[in-house]
Design a protein. Structure first.
Length: 289
């Protein structure tokens, strides 16, 4: 019974195995980035950047159709342009970076939807917004695995300045010249993982697999290593359960995956030992803070 419900779909169908592999790659690459977004109080920045890649992907679609390379390059250019432009505006004007980023992402979202809807069909628009995780081909899997590998290596190299910037960015600026390099390298990682996730989950759902598992992991552990490991595990389990939910009940796969990540967040919020509702309600010993 368990075999038929859980393992049989992946054993029988190649598209399910490809979808799972793609989701695992996204989980390994994007979810640790989401942990640092959460620690830096930039979770909504990830959401804004996810929408910012839409016009670039739409232009790539207009030039070459549903071409992996064209849409990837377009998304990267658009995402980095919005990140740099918002930082430029916040440093030269009185507008804060979060407000300038919100302005640019709203413009980007409207422009991207307009481009796709005027030159394409509703099916094309749904593909861009919600992805096609069940239709990943070899090229898409190679791209996702490459981005995941690059993300892991880059995070390993910049781990200490990233952690320090989360704790005390002013101190990092005062003792090291790596502050600006770390910041923009991290933004580049955010954009790269959102572009990779866009091919599987679409621009509206890509940020979900980045942020929700990280937020859920926060209720289970407080160490950096524990947060990353727990977030990856939650993302992989959410992906697998979402794909199974999509398979058995004929639901859209991308939203099903993000919905299961949301369920994991809800369970963690209630039962998590590190600040969950139940843990907070339980009586504490007198020497516990």
């Amino acid at each position: 019974m368990i075999w038929d419900a859980v393992f049989q779909p992946f054993a029988d169908f190649g598209f399910m195995r490809r979808a799972l592999l793609g989701c695992i790659a996204i989980s390994v690459g994007a979810t640790p980035v989401g942990v640092f977004l959460m620690l830096r109080r930039m979770s909504l920045t990830g959401d804004a950047m996810a929408h910012a890649i839409l016009p670039g992907a739409a232009v790539g679609y207009l030039v070459s159709g549903l071409s992996l390379g064209a849409m990837t390059v377009g998304g990267l250019i658009a995402g980095m342009a919005v990140a740099l432009a918002s930082g430029f505006v916040s440093r030269l004007t009185a507008l804060r970076e979060d407000a300038s980023l919100a302005a640019f992402y709203l413009i980007s979202l409207a422009l991207g939807v307009l481009i796709v809807s005027t030159r394409g069909s509703n099916v094309d628009l749904m593909h861009v917004l919600f992805g096609t995780v069940l239709a990943l081909d070899d090229a898409a899997l190679i791209l996702l695995c490459s981005i995941a590998s690059l993300s892991v290596l880059t995070l390993a190299v910049f781990l200490r300045p990233l952690v320090l910037e989360c704790a005390d960015p002013q101190f990092l600026r005062s003792v090291s010249r790596l502050s600006a390099v770390t910041h923009f390298t991290f933004l580049a990682l955010v954009v790269a993982n959102l572009v990779g996730g866009f091919h599987a989950l679409g621009t509206l759902m890509a940020v979900g697999i980045m942020i929700l598992p990280a937020a859920a992991a926060r209720f289970w552990t407080v160490s950096i290593g524990g947060l990353i490991a727990a977030a990856i595990a939650i993302a992989v389990l959410s992906s697998m359960s979402g794909l199974l939910l999509s398979y058995h009940y004929s639901l859209p796969s991308g939203p099903a995956i993000i919905l299961m990540a949301g369920v994991a967040y809800g369970v963690s919020l209630v039962l998590g030992p590190a600040g969950g509702l139940v843990a907070q309600a339980l009586p504490r010993r007198h020497f516990e803070v």
